[in-house]
Every structure is written in structure tokens, then in C-alpha cells.
Ligand binder design. Structure first.
Ligand SMILES: [Zn+2]
Length: 474
């Protein structure tokens, strides 16, 4: 059997976080009753003229900066002509000849993946099928709410060699776009979508094999599984001396297979030509600088700050920066006055544990966590009570002080109450006390445990220890 090398290029579509569509004032909001976020412009009615959304251009440039691209000072729009019911104009306005960004790169572990280009374009509408799948549906209904929502398409060079590398690139790219504030990057809602171009070639061969394009991948796991499936499918064809067909395939996540959709079209099939209703987009130095300065702190700068200014270890820093949501939350908590190292411990420990399986949204407020951290730090409650308070905040919401009060977690720091508890335990345990006095320092631990037990675990441990030492040495 021949051995093959896999060659993969990825294409990502990311919906830009603008309030309005690419060429009209309709809202970009996800959902809504079908065909309520539409107007004559995005429906392509005769006689209308598009006006380019300035913010969309700025976000596309930010994406380019985040992915180390050359920003093109002059770009222009073209029409990509094809007929499909989700495309009311029967052409898509996109950038073909002069895209807004070129020649970038993204680093994944030990490797650089080149970005060929990023271009701006409008999204298509959505077809809602009456049957369970496109194959068995009786009829389809178009919803144009998504038509002309601004997108960027990011195209990599075919530098990826395995399913794992593809997944890592997708994860890195998602994180970079999220840091740059360009897109919501929610794969399950379709605001970040990925297509995979994949071919196999015999090991050692330099020319590329014939590739298939896989669409409809809406999770990192699906990207990985679809590539693994396609590697096997193409290898089986090649092993039998067959030829892979250049085509577009769709991923069926339930069955775990790819299916042929249509033969792959070439660029000339789309009859691209310059969009006559829009002037070229020119970015001058002043605008370019404004955009550059509005780019938020990116992962590398963030890592540096967390290690030097916040004193976190490299390991903790990497874990926090890996997940933008946690990194933004970390900043909010320390801005609310909490200690940086304690905040990192809480976020990477109990909060990460509580988030497992629901990583998209933090159900607690940064200011509340800051209060909780302070309560534990000051000794008002002990650490294990702190964990319980956090769990309650996660499950039912509520402010930490309120929970501490209603659940009776407040630590006993009243000296006379503690003194009484200490003396009682000393009196009730003459043997361990004698052991301690005879030099068996271990007996101390037993006595401490008895006092904590007697106070329902709420005694301030440090005060108890000091008092016990005094009582025993007396
Ligand atoms: Zn519109």
C-alpha cells in the first residue's frame, strides 16, 4: 500500500460584529422572525444602490492585523454571479481581484500557516427545508434576514498536513478574531464557518493531488472527524488506482461521513466582474492609524502583561490567555480590586471546573468574584466555604455577601467564643494534651481538628491555632 501525505487548506467565513448589514441599515442580529431584517437593498430590488458600511471595513482590517496580513490600501468589490434561491440578487458582492488583506500568517505549535488573503463579502440568506434534510424535503422557504450580513473570508495556503493541525489552526484563528473584537465566532450559530480543501499525494511527490472541498463543518470536532474520514475515503480510491473527483462534499455529522454535493466549479464559472455600483475602498494613513490604535490587546502582549505586571506563572498565563472569555474576565476581576494571583487560582481552579460542558458563558459577575476573593483573603469565610459560595453563585446567581449571610458561612473570629471552644476541647482530651506536652507535636493536629469540628468548620483556623498553642504551653 502506498503511503500518502495529506494536504489541507482551510477557508473560514466569519460574520463581522457590525450593527447593520454590509450595504444597508438593516440589523445583523441573529434570529428574528423570517424576512423581518430586510429592505429593498438587501433584497436586491431594482433601482437600489448599495452604501458600504465603514465599520465592516474597519473590522476586516483589524482581522488582517490580527493575522499578520499586509493591509491593501486600495481594494474593490466584484460580483460573483450564480443562481440559488438564498441569493436574491443572483450575484454575491465580494472581493475577487483586489481583496482587502493579503499574505498573513498564524503560528500553531512549531509551525507557521500562511494566510493567502482575507476578503470582505456579503452573506447569503438561509433556506428552511420542510423535511428533515435537504434530500427528503418537500419544499424550501427562504429567509433573507442573513442576506448581506458582512462577512470576511479567510483563505489559508495549503500548509496544513493533518486533522490535528487543522483543528489547532481553527482554534487559534477563532481566538485571534475574538481578541480582535472582529466577530462573535460562534460556530454553532454559524457566525464562524469552516470549509476544508483536502487532497492526498504519494509521499515524496511535490505536485498536489486532486482535492475535494468539504462544507458544513460547524465545530472543531467536525473539522477533525471530516478530515480523518476524507483521508480514508481518498486513500481507498487511490489504492485501487482510481482518481479522486474534484467536487464539493458535505459533512453529515450524525453519520460521520462526507457526501457528494456537486462537482466543483471554477472561478470562471462565476463570471466575476467589477461591482459597478461601488467605488474602490481607499484606506489612507490617518484612517489606517486609527484602526491600528483601536485594536485591543492581542494574546502576545497580554501574556507579557500577565507575567510581568500581574506576576503570574507562564503556565497559568498560557491557560488564561488560551480562552479569551477567561482572559477578559480576569481583567475585569482585577480591575474590581482583587489580587491577581488569587484571581488566577479561582479562575483556573473552581471556575474552570464549574464551566466544564458550558464554556460559552460565565454566569457570574466579575465584581462579585472580587468580593468573594476578598472575603476569603480577609478570613471572613474559610476557603471551603468560599467554594460553596461560588457554586451557589454559579447555580442560582446572587451576591456573595448575601449567600454568606443566609447560609451562615461567616467564620467565627470572635475571640471569646473561640477561647471557650479551645478550652472545652483541651479539657475533654487529657490524653492528647499529655502527649503534646511530652513532645509529641502531632497531637496538635488532632486537637485542632476537634475544635474545627466543634465549631462546624467555621472557626478562624489561624486564631484557633494561636490560642491552642497558648493554652497548651500554659
Ligand atoms: Zn437591508
Amino acid at each position: 500500500m502506498a503511503r500518502y501525505e495529506t494536504v489541507i487548506g482551510l477557508e473560514f467565513h466569519a460574520e463581522l460584529k457590525t450593527k447593520s448589514k454590509l450595504f444597508c441599515p438593516c440589523p445583523t442580529e441573529f434570529g428574528g422572525e423570517p424576512n423581518t431584517h430586510v429592505c429593498p437593498v438587501c433584497l436586491g430590488l431594482p433601482g437600489v444602490l448599495p452604501v458600504l458600511n465603514k465599520h465592516a471595513v474597519e473590522l476586516a482590517v483589524k482581522a488582517g492585523l490580527a493575522l499578520n496580513c499586509d493591509i491593501q490600501r486600495v481594494s474593490k468589490f466584484d460580483r460573483k454571479n450564480y443562481f440559488y434561491p438564498d441569493l436574491p440578487k443572483a450575484y454575491q458582492v465580494t472581493q475577487f481581484a483586489l481583496p482587502i488583506c493579503r499574505d498573513g500568517y498564524v503560528n500553531i505549535s512549531g509551525k507557521q500557516i500562511r494566510i493567502n488573503r482575507i476578503h470582505l463579502e456579503e452573506d447569503a440568506g438561509k433556506l428552511i427545508h420542510s423535511g428533515e434534510s435537504i434530500l427528503d424535503s418537500g419544499f424550501s422557504m427562504p429567509d433573507y434576514n442573513r442576506a448581506a450580513v458582512p462577512l470576511i473570508e479567510i483563505v489559508t495556503e495549503p500548509d496544513i498536513r493533518s486533522a490535528q493541525e487543522a483543528r489547532e489552526l481553527a482554534e487559534r484563528l477563532k481566538s485571534l478574531l475574538e481578541y480582535a473584537g472582529v466577530s462573535d465566532v460562534r460556530m454553532e450559530q454559524g457566525s464562524l464557518r469552516c470549509d476544508v480543501n483536502i487532497s492526498l499525494r504519494p509521499e515524496g511527490q511535490t505536485e498536489f493531488g486532486i482535492r475535494a472541498e468539504i462544507k458544513n463543518l460547524n465545530s472543531f470536532r467536525a473539522i477533525e472527524r471530516a478530515i480523518e474520514y476524507e483521508e480514508k475515503r481518498q486513500a481507498a480510491i487511490l489504492d485501487e488506482g482510481g482518481r479522486v473527483i474534484q467536487e464539493t462534499r458535505t459533512w453529515d455529522d450524525g453519520k460521520g461521513i462526507t457526501l457528494s454535493m456537486r462537482s466543483k466549479e471554477n472561478a470562471h464559472d462565476y463570471r466575476y466582474f467589477p461591482e459597478p455600483d461601488l467605488v474602490p475602498t481607499v484606506i489612507d494613513d490617518i484612517w489606517m492609524n486609527e484602526i491600528r490604535q483601536s485594536l485591543p490587546e492581542m494574546p502576545e502582549a497580554r501574556k507579557h502583561r500577565l507575567m510581568t505586571e500581574c506576576g503570574l506563572s507562564e503556565y497559568d498565563t498560557n491557560r488564561i490567555v488560551e480562552t479569551p472569555m477567561l482572559a477578559f474576565f480576569f481583567d475585569e476581576v482585577i480591575e474590581a480590586g482583587a489580587d491577581a494571583k488569587l484571581t488566577a487560582n479561582w479562575i483556573l481552579g473552581d471556575i474552570s471546573r464549574l464551566l466544564t460542558g458550558n464554556e460559552d458563558k460565565l454566569p457570574i459577575k466579575a465584581s462579585d468574584l472580587a468580593v468573594l476573593i476578598e472575603q476569603v483573603k480577609s478570613g471572613a469565610i474559610n476557603h471551603s466555604s468560599g467554594k460553596l459560595v461560588l457554586e451557589e453563585m454559579f447555580m442560582h446567581g446572587g451576591c456573595p455577601l448575601e449567600i454568606i449571610k443566609t447560609r451562615g458561612f461567616a467564620q467565627i473570629s470572635d475571640a471569646s467564643a473561640l477561647q471557650e471552644a479551645v478550652l472545652k476541647v483541651v479539657e475533654a482530651n487529657p490524653e492528647p494534651v499529655a502527649d503534646y506536652k511530652a513532645g509529641k507535636k502531632k497531637a496538635m493536629g488532632f486537637l485542632l481538628g476537634q475544635i474545627m469540628k466543634a465549631t462546624g468548620g467555621q472557626a478562624n483556623p489561624q486564631m484557633v491555632r494561636e490560642m491552642l498553642e497558648k493554652a497548651l504551653d500554659a
